[in-house]
Ligand binder design. Sequence first.
Ligand SMILES: [Zn+2]
Length: 155
Amino acid sequence: MKTFYAILFSIGVTSVVSSIFGCAGYLYGIGFWVPFLVVTGLQLVIGALWNTYIENKLAAKMQIERESFEAAKKLADSIQNVDLACAYCAARNTIQLNMAEENSFKCINCNNANKVQVQFSTIRTTEPVVRDDLLSKIFKLQTEEEKEEKEKVKK
Ligand SMILES: [Zn+2]
């Protein structure tokens, strides 16, 4: 309903402005309709350009908002809560580790400043000794044996 009134208001303003130019044209002997239609056309063109400008501005604003949201999300993803022992008194401190920057903390127990050293290492992945397919084979054999035994009992 709000947009309906806005459109009605816009049409009203356009008509009034065009009518003023039409009346002026009539008074100066050009006639009413030529200036009325020219000014109406001009207003439509200006209005369309203005709308495009506003839309582009809005799109640019949304793009900036989206980018800052993604940056914030990336930062939030890079922060991990870790439990670390103080280098002085070995008390456990839960700190927020940010992979994007250097991390340090003051111990909650002895108040000494600690710097966090992040190390990465790799290990080989290992296959479980008893594999699922092997287990299922054994289970199948057992159930078949049970069946045979049951049949034997029936006989
Ligand atoms: Zn400490």
